[in-house]
Every structure is written in C-alpha cells, then in structure tokens.
Design a protein around this ligand. Structure first.
Ligand SMILES: [Zn+2]
Length: 322
C-alpha cells in the first residue's frame, strides 16, 4: 500500500488500519436514500389519524414529493429505493410508479396494509383489521402476515408488471428480526434475499424540545448498530439509519434544522469510516416538514463533496456485498 492512499483525514477519523490492509484502498462509504410510500398519521396535520385505516391512499402531494425527490437524486447520479404498501396499487393512476421504475429507481414490498410482522394476534397486525375483523377471520397472525406480504407482491406484478425489489418491515425493530427466525424463514420462502427491518435504539428526548448535544451524540453512536449484516439463516439485513423523519418530526416534533443537523452528522460519520448510511423517510411526512427537499439535497451534497470516498447506492446493491 502506498502512503498516498492513507489520507490524513481518514487517519484522524480513526479508520481501522485493517480495512486498508484487507482492501488495499480506503473503504468507500455507501449512502442510500429510501422512501416509504404510505400515508402517515399526524401528517400533514397533527389531528390526521384516519390514515391508519388507509395507509395506501396516497395523496397527490405525497406522490409529487416522491417523484421530485427521486429526480433530484438521479440528477446526482444515484437512485432512490422505495417501499410501497400494496394498497396504493388500488389507486386509479399508478403510472408514476412505473415511471420511477423505468428510470432505474427501485421499488420494494412494504406489505399490502402496513402490517406489523412481529404481531402474535391477527387483530394486532393492523388498525384496519381491528375495525374490520371479518377481513382476517379464521386466520392466525402468521397467515395474515404471510398473505399480506404476498398480496403486495401480487399487486405489484399485476398492476406494475414487475416484482418487488426487497422487503421493508412496517415499523423498525431495535434488534431487527434476530429473535424471529420464523419471520426470517417466511421472507426467504416468499423469495426475498434481504430485508430492511432494524432501526437501532437511540436517545429521543422530549417532544417539542430542540435536540440536545446528547441526542445528536446518541444518534451518531447508533450508526455502528445500523450496518448491514447476515442472519444465521442467510437472510441479509440492511438496517435503517437513525434518525428517521418519523423520529424527528412525529416523536420529537423537531424543527427541520435539527433533523438536518442530525443527518449531516450521521452521514459524515459514515463517510469518514467508509460505512453505510440508509436514510428512512416518508414523502407523506417530508412534504409538510421539508417542502424544499433540503434533506435530500444535503445528503447528495455530502456524497458529492466526498468524491471517491462515497457513493449513492440502492439497498439491493448493498445486499449483494454480503
Ligand atoms: Zn411504513
């Protein structure tokens, strides 16, 4: 290895020497931008809670935001990875999703109704089934979950003409699916090679209070827990990297600047270490919270400024590394 490969900046950032020895060059950070395509309670107005029963009834603003975000990332040479709830495919117009796919953006499965895959009882899988239990009558939780994942894949194949590119669980779990080998096996049986289900724990603070230094530190610290890995059964996990838009704008009720600062620090951490950062955001949350796409632009700027030390990736690309 030539000394010139060993930049002072990497050295100061504490890059492990072993990484250089193994790869003969500094690791390149991989930065992913993912959009979960669903409606979200409390957005655009705090009192909006009806979306719990119709997560897939995407409004025009949400679709516009997703399309514009994807186009901004593509202008910088990247692609976004979307995860769609199958029920959105009941909408009159799905051409925008076909267009996103045709432009190289990825679209994965996010279940049909946004069900909790860790639920043990059918009525705990989704609010919709609590109000309309006849929809899942006679099925146990495992059957409801399996069917809901299959329905989303089927809707994509039928209405869009292509298969889902990966699976993201509704909700993130601090340990991913480590304790649920049954769900890992179910996903593999349904044809998925990778899943995005882990959202590591970090400090959250008080809702409505600006983020403190301790919270930013905790978010940066959680990045090492958000690196891709393989479960013992072979399924690949690509975690979501804190903090998500939901964590910032719903749980924290943060101003946009706090979210931008947290993302800036987390992405910088990944770039300095040649690690992975996987932004989780929802166009339904972002259009009222960040109408000018500052988060997307910030991430693209940081990747561009890093030159050879970082690139934009999709989650299927990350999965092939493992
Ligand atoms: Zn979701």
């Amino acid at each position: 290895m030539k000394p010139s490969h060993f930049s002072r900046r990497h050295f100061l950032a504490g890059m492990p020497t072993l990484a250089f020895a193994a790869n003969k060059s500094p690791l390149q950070a991989r930065i992913a931008i993912t959009l979960d395509l669903e409606m979200s309670r409390n957005f655009p107005r705090w009192e909006d809670t009806g979306w719990d029963y119709e997560k897939g009834n995407l409004n025009a603003e949400t679709k516009r935001y997703a399309v514009e975000a994807a186009s901004r990332v593509k202008e910088r040479g990247g692609r976004v990875h979307c995860f769609v709830v199958g029920r959105a495919l009941e909408q009159e117009d799905v051409q925008w999703l076909k267009d996103l796919h045709a432009q190289g953006h990825r679209i994965g499965n996010h279940t049909y109704d946004h069900v909790n895959v860790l639920a043990r009882k059918p009525e705990d899988t989704q609010f919709r089934f609590l109000r309309s239990p006849w929809l899942v009558k006679g099925r146990n939780a495992e059957q409801v979950i399996c069917e809901n994942i299959q329905l989303c894949s089927e809707a994509m194949k039928t209405r869009l003409g292509f298969e889902p590119d990966g699976f993201r669980t509704p909700g993130g779990f601090r340990d991913g699916l480590v304790d649920r080998e049954d769900i890992q096996a179910m996903l593999q049986k349904l044809g998925f090679r990778w899943v995005s289900s882990k959202y590591p724990r970090h400090l959250a603070g008080q809702p409505g209070k600006p983020a403190s230094e301790a919270i930013f530190d905790s978010i940066v610290k959680a990045q090492s827990e958000a690196q891709p890995f393989k479960y013992s059964g072979g399924l690949v996990e690509i975690p979501m990297s804190p903090i998500s838009d939901i964590g910032a704008f719903r749980a924290g009720r943060w101003p946009l600047d706090n979210f931008l600062q947290a993302i800036h620090r987390a992405v910088t951490w990944a770039i300095e270490r040649g690690a992975v950062f996987d932004l989780l955001c929802h166009p339904s949350v972002m259009y009222p919270s960040d109408p000018d796409f500052r988060t997307i632009d910030l991430i693209c700027d940081l990747v561009q400024q890093a030159g050879e030390r970082a690139r934009l990736v999709t989650l299927d690309e990350l999965a092939t590394e493992l």
